[in-house]
Ligand binder design. Structure first.
Ligand SMILES: Cc1cn([C@H]2C[C@H](O)[C@@H](COP(=O)(O)OP(=O)(O)O[C@H]3O[C@H](C)C(=O)[C@H](O)[C@H]3O)O2)c(=O)[nH]c1=O
Length: 189
């Protein structure tokens, strides 16, 4: 059974799957195409990704793939915790440049659905944080793009500052929002 929660951006959805708990631990169905279609998530996921992060304060993002390899993502934490961030980069969207920031903890069995047209990133909140996510388009290095994680125009309240953040050189060199030209246009549902 899946409980769906709304966020400040209607297309970004948060789900909690029920857990069957007994003396051994718990069991949960974390993805069911039938149940997700019932709650309006019809993405046809084709690839599962995992990232394991050694320390708290690790930043991955803000990333997206350009059309025709744009990706919707279903993000879940297997151990540890993250602050997960989705930025609306669909030109013409009423929530353009706004974001959803949500804590996902392995203990709370929550997951976030981020549609195509969003930049995605996270900051780990605990050591040995293990993140898994489904995507509905294959990886294409040629279509990879991104936005600088801590650009002041995005006003994301990260739990770490640039001096302490652990991130890749690639992410540190991503363009700021002022220089950003989004490849996505908003299409009303
Ligand atoms: C994303 C991806 C990467 N790779 C290769 C490319 C590099 O050799 C290596 C690490 O890639 P990267 O540094 O881009 O990994 P992250 O920084 O975790 O990137 C992810 O970070 C944020 C959180 C996202 O939402 C994206 O899914 C994704 O961009 O894995 C692949 O082979 N397949 C893939 O799907």
């Amino acid at each position: 059974m899946i409980e769906i929660h709304s966020t400040s951006i209607p297309e970004v959805k948060v789900m909690t799957s029920s857990r069957a708990i007994d003396g051994r631990g718990f069991f949960a169905e974390t993805y069911s195409r039938r149940d997700f279609i019932e709650i309006g998530i019809t993405a046809d996921f084709v690839q599962d990704n995992e990232s394991w992060n050694s320390a708290a304060g690790t930043i991955r993002g803000l990333h997206f793939q350009r059309p025709d390899f744009a990706q919707a993502k279903l993000v879940r934490v297997l151990s540890g915790a993250i602050l997960d961030v989705a930025v609306d980069i669909r030109v013409g969207s009423p929530t353009y440049a706004q974001h959803v920031a949500l804590e996902l903890d392995a203990a709370d069995n929550k997951q976030i659905f981020i549609p195509r047209g969003f930049a995605h990133g996270f900051c780990t909140l605990a050591p040995a944080t293990h993140v898994t996510y489904k995507v509905d388009a294959y990886y294409s290095e040629a279509h990879e793009s991104g936005l600088l994680w801590n650009d002041p125009n995005l006003a994301i309240k990260w739990p770490v500052d640039s001096a302490a953040a652990i991130l890749s050189e690639k992410d540190a060199d991503l363009p700021g929002f002022a220089a950003f030209e989004s490849p996505f246009m908003f299409e009303a549902a």
